[in-house]
Design a protein around this ligand. Sequence first.
Ligand code: DGL
Length: 261
Amino acid sequence: MSDIRPIGIFDSGVGGISVLREAVKIMPHEDFIFLGDNKNAPYGTKSSTQIRELTFGNIAKLIDMGAKALIIACNTATGAAVKDLRNMYPDTPIVGIEPAIKPAALHYPGGHILVMATPMTLKQEKFKKLLALYTDKADIVPVACPGLMEYVERGELDSDSLKGYLKQVLFSGQHDGTIDHGYDAIVLGCTHYPFVADTIREIAGETCELFDGAHGTARELKRRMDECELSAPEDKKGKVTFISSSGDEETIKLMNILFNK
Ligand code: DGL
């Protein structure tokens, strides 16, 4: 059995394209609709109620467009809404994304690991539970990065202003200064951050390994779709459609640039 309906991928903005890219690599025969809620971004500084309402509305749109399966390509929205979404759409495989703490901690037992994420991701129960599973394995320091996703939304991936922002986040303030000893790994706990990975590496130091959940999330969706016999036939060539709630041509252009980066 096969199914040619599209897969829906949702994020608050352009960040989820880091997950879309991985999904297309491992499922090239599928059609994808990527929906970015750029008009309402950022989500990471909103309340849980606001994030849930926005996410429910956007997922309903993707379902109306015929999505056979969904990726919530946003750590913030996953933490706030994925459980309820699975109850709302029990017949649709829904895969969310979470900060890649597990692979980082298993790879660097006893190491120093920084977790960069939105303020709301770090406040959520889901994150606290995830963190608690690995605090005895490594020294894990979460750091909130309000304002960082906006650089990516502007297509500003290596500016001096961004470098100044990253120096501030990585070297001062919110955490205990373990950066002085160097981090072994940084977890990019927001789907926007892989697009500034090179700049983060430049500031944090080349020896620091970066982890993100994009590949694992895409692989999990493929596994679920195979299990439910929802995959498209392998002789079909897939396509990607970009939609933004901002209705703005510039945003669609940026989505294409990031997708092809
Ligand atoms: N890309 C989103 C995430 O993975 C959030 C960005 C935002 O809207 O604050 O958390």
